[in-house]
Design a protein around this ligand. Structure first.
Ligand SMILES: Nc1ncnc2c1ncn2[C@@H]1O[C@H](COP(=O)(O)OP(=O)(O)O)[C@@H](O)[C@H]1O
Ligand code: SF4
Ligand SMILES: [Mg+2]
Length: 334
């Protein structure tokens, strides 16, 4: 997976809170994970669990009211949180790039798509590419994401939603990043286009050998493109392991319920318990295990003591006092 054995990315005990007039929003609470070169990680969880906050933190683009209380984000050993904006700007897009949530709607309507990609490349690639080199690079990128290079001279309104999203992916690839983060990149698209783009993204990732963090609220989508899955709940990472393990044998109650309430895309799934209730307000998260008000496996300990995130098998971590009580599910038939 890696040339020198050193991880590409280490998120280590990260705690981030948004400061608001109503108090602190506990959006990232002690999140720890490691990503190696070329690896693909899926981050999954309900809306509001902190997925975008983690992604924006990796990019050094969290909102102004974000405060890092502790922890580190290390890219090839270097703590990004210790860099100033200038140093971070030099790494952004080249080392880590991102397809933002809703990005397909952020094209400037009055400029040709190719010119907008060219502008991004000029800003981030030093020395600037020649006209010819830039053109051939953009054509290659378009082909890679399944767009005809002739579309480069077209305006955004001449693209369908799926095509606009493909062009966003081309733009994110333009500086040849080591890691690309895709935040709900296909959520707004219809299922067929979504599936095509997913497959293409996976293919590109394999071809280019870059690492991918794929964010979605849909665990079935995540399972299609990733080697590893991280399940987030209320700002915490509650399960982390190989896609095979987490998708087919989730050990955390939340992951288990999330899966059981996801219709299978590959075949019939055994009927399991439904996921009831709403995620907590992160201005005032529940004490103990944040999932306890919704958890069918809750015990007294859960209400007061936060379970540590521990290895339950090599490479498989869970934060739950009672993970052994969770039935071993037979996931999708595939
Ligand atoms: N700038 C902000 N100020 C205050 N709260 C925020 C801000 N951005 C996000 N939040 C809150 O942080 C939590 C995590 O949000 P987010 O990272 O967007 O989750 P997700 O991407 O999983 O939907 C949510 O409770 C959200 O309302
Ligand atoms: S620690 Fe307790 S409440 Fe939390 S997920 Fe595990 S069993 Fe449920
Ligand atoms: Mg989000």
């Amino acid at each position: 997976m890696t040339s020198n054995g050193k991880p590409l990315l280490e998120v280590d005990g990260l705690v981030m809170r948004y400061q608001t007039k109503r108090g602190q929003v506990s959006a990232i609470e002690d999140v720890t994970f490691t990503l190696h070169h070329g690896e693909s990680l899926g981050l999954v969880g309900e809306s509001g669990c902190g997925k975008t906050s983690v992604a924006m933190s990796l990019m050094g683009l969290a909102a102004d009211n974000a405060r890092y209380m502790s922890g580190e984000i290390r890219l090839e050993g270097e703590n990004l949180l210790a860099l100033n904006e200038d140093e971070m700007r030099r790494r952004r897009w080249k080392s880590i790039s991102m397809v933002f949530q809703g990005a397909m709607n952020s094209w400037n309507p009055v400029y040709r798509v190719g010119d907008q990609i060219r502008e991004a490349m000029d800003l981030h690639i030093q020395p600037k590419l020649s006209e010819a080199a830039a053109k051939s690079r953009m054509a290659r990128l378009f082909e890679m994401v399944g767009l005809n290079p002739s579309m480069l001279v077209r305006f955004p309104h001449e693209f369908s939603g799926g095509m606009r999203q493909r062009a966003v992916i081309a733009m994110a690839l333009s500086c040849d990043p080591k890691l690309i983060i895709a935040d709900e990149p296909t959520t707004a698209l219809d299922v067929i286009v979504q599936d095509q783009i997913l497959k293409e993204l996976k293919k590109i990732q394999d071809q280019l050998g870059m690492a991918l963090i794929y964010i979605s609220h849909d665990i079935a989508v995540i399972a299609e493109v990733t080697d590893t899955i991280g399940v987030m709940y209320a700002g915490k990472l509650v399960e982390y392991g190989s896609t095979l393990e987490v998708f087919h044998r989730p050990r955390h109650p939340y992951a288990y319920l999330l899966l059981s309430s996801t219709p299978s895309i590959t075949g019939p799934r055994r009927k399991l318990a439904p996921l009831e209730g709403e995620p907590p307000n992160l201005l005032d998260p529940p004490p103990g295990c944040r999932f306890h008000p919704r958890c069918p496996f809750v015990t007294d300990q859960c209400r007061t003591e936060d379970p540590p995130f521990v290895d339950i098998a090599p490479g498989h971590k869970v934060a739950c006092w009672n993970w052994q009580q969770v039935p071993v599910t037979i996931g999708a038939s595939a």
